[in-house]
Design a protein around this ligand. Structure first.
Ligand code: HEM
Ligand SMILES: *[C@@H]1O[C@H](CO)[C@@H](O)[C@H](O)[C@H]1NC(C)=O
Ligand SMILES: *[C@@H]1O[C@H](CO)[C@@H](O)[C@H](O)[C@H]1NC(C)=O
Length: 356
């Protein structure tokens, strides 16, 4: 065999054996990828609200870099900060990352966070809300500091605090605050995050509907005796900080009837749908957090809420735009705090440090 043909053969063999098993993506989040992610989110529908919250909690803190997923040193990472209490769906992000990594190079955990939130939003809104996101290429961080989570607003924040918090990000302001808060139409919250609204700290009737408040209190308390005994033994229920309530009064049959919720214009079934019903609930003082109710204290925010309540199509469009903007919040770390090659293998840790 001539030298030339040996060379050709070797090159051909090398091409066969060295050919990467995965394609380098062209920067788009294409339909094939969307379908893969969608399937995984659908299989984990229960956690889907958690996936939308993860996007906010990742991207709001030094940009979209999956730093919120790192769980390495107890107490030291973002995930250990109180702001990230109750965060769920992290395993789903890993599954999405792994599934896409079979066919594509350099899909990062940060990419998976963005994709997961997009499909969760589409699925939970019955495809009323579909927005564009960039394809893979986001770099995962190697660092995550608990103190950084301090930029996430707390549920007891008042209006001025929330507005300032949103205005601190380019492209975010009052409109995005009111629009994004509408996502509290879905998911659930732990009593510890709204206990201040039940324990008498707030003047109930001005900030929270009395009947709603009592019903939520009952729902998130532990009873030691059957109801029929309580009057006899004078037992008081004990608040359970770990108990949860649905964010949307729409989704709790008992609370809804007890609080005489006005469901005009609201679809009650199926439950758990991401629609504009948060505004109907808030305008009736039937929301869990002060950070939600406080939007009523500002004239412009109040007017916006009235609009989104009456015109769902307007809110759908604005919500999609705001989610797209969240998904684009740029990383804010020194280059040395990113994985070489862009992606962590395990979203919750660095070791073993394998970039693929
Ligand atoms: C405006 C300020 C906000 C505050 C103070 C706030 C606060 C909270 C708190 C305390 C919880 C309860 C978590 C738990 O106990 O498990 C929660 C739930 C949730 N939040 Fe927010 N949030 C805000 C904005 C947002 C934004 C912008 C998004 C996403 C775009 C978001 C998405 C969610 C979702 C989906 C849930 C339900 C989570 C689940 O079911 O696991 N929130 N929020
Ligand atoms: C973080 O890791 C620890 C140890 O593996 C685990 O017990 C804990 O549940 C993890 N935290 C979260 C939020 O997943
Ligand atoms: C990711 O990091 C590389 C350098 O390692 C950089 O060239 C690239 O711009 C970064 N990508 C993004 C989206 O920041």
């Amino acid at each position: 065999m001539a030298k030339g043909s040996v060379l050709v053969l070797m090159v051909a063999l090398a091409a066969v054996f060295l050919k990467p098993a995965v394609a380098v993506v062209d920067g788009r989040y294409d339909v094939t990828m969307q379908e893969k992610v969608r399937k995984i989110v659908e299989e984990n529908r229960f956690d889907a609200p958690g996936l939308i919250r993860i996007l906010f909690h990742d991207c709001w803190v030094k940009g979209c870099d999956a730093s919120v997923l790192l769980n390495m040193t107890k107490g030291e990472n973002e995930i250990h900060a109180p702001q990230n209490g109750g965060l769920r769906g992290m395993g789903v992000i890993q599954s999405i990352k792994d599934a896409l990594s079979v066919d594509y190079n350099y899909v990062s955990c940060a990419d998976a966070v963005v994709f997961a939130a997009r499909e969760a939003t589409a699925i939970l809104s019955n495809y009323a809300i579909v927005y564009e996101v960039d394809g893979p290429g986001r770099n995962d961080s190697t660092t995550s500091y608990a103190a950084d989570a301090g930029v996430l607003p707390p549920p007891f924040a008042d209006f001025d605090f929330l507005l300032a918090n949103f205005q601190s990000k380019a492209g975010f302001g009052l409109e995005e605050l009111v629009v994004l808060s509408g996502v509290h139409a879905i998911g659930r919250s732990h009593r510890g995050t709204f206990n201040d609204r039940l324990d008498g700290t707030v003047t109930p009737s001005s900030q929270i509907n009395d009947d709603y408040r009592n019903a939520i209190d009952r729902k998130t308390s532990t009873y030691y005796y059957p109801a029929s005994w309580q009057a006899l033994v004078g037992a008081k229920p004990s608040p359970d900080m770990a108990a949860t309530a649905e964010n949307n009064v729409r989704d709790m049959d008992d609370v809804r009837s007890a609080s005489r919720y006005d469901a005009t214009g609201v679809k009650l079934t199926p439950k758990g749908v991401l629609d504009n019903s948060y505004y109907a609930a808030n305008l009736q003082n039937m929301v869990l957090f002060k950070s939600d109710w406080t939007l009523r204290t500002n004239f412009a925010a109040g007017a916006a809420m009235q609009l989104y309540k009456e015109k769902p199509e307007i809110w759908y469009g604005l919500f999609g735009n705001a989610m797209a903007k969240l998904s684009k919040l740029a990383p804010e770390r020194p280059q040395a705090e990113f994985v070489q090659g862009g992606a962590r293998k395990y979203c919750d840790k660095i070791e073993p440090a394998i970039a693929y």
